[in-house]
Design a protein around this ligand. Structure first.
Ligand code: FES
Length: 114
């Protein structure tokens, strides 16, 4: 267990064996990442942003095809990307929470105007 995966914004970290997927690491760390296909690179719901300094195993063809270039912007599928050292992952807000946060920010902005 030499590899370590850290998830933001929670800041939770977990030690993992080399080759552990980021999705498995997230589950072990208690960090929720949405999935629908059970980790088969089919649903595209487990997208995460991996910080550039992260050490991952080379991307597989199935993931590269699925991401269609997003991997160049450090977006990866958590169910396919595998740790190969220290990894730092930014997990996006789930869409419902993001919508609520946007609405609350908009309301607060409007309240400031009055
Ligand atoms: S869990 Fe479905 S694409 Fe990763």
């Amino acid at each position: 267990m030499n590899d370590e995966v850290t998830f933001w914004p929670s800041g939770r970290s977990v030690k993992v064996k080399p080759g552990t997927t980021l999705l498995d690491a997230a589950r072990r760390a208690g960090v929720p990442i949405a999935t629908r296909c059970g980790g088969k690179a089919a649903c595209f719901m487990c997208k995460v942003a991996v910080r550039p300094e992260s050490m991952l195993q080379p991307i597989a063809d199935i993931e590269r095809r699925k991401l269609a270039g997003l991997d160049e912007n450090h977006i990866r599928l958590a169910c396919q990307a595998k740790a190969a050292g220290k990894v730092v992952v930014d997990v996006p807000l789930d869409p419902l929470r993001a919508a609520v946060a946007r609405q609350l920010a908009k309301q607060a902005e409007e309240d400031d105007l009055w």
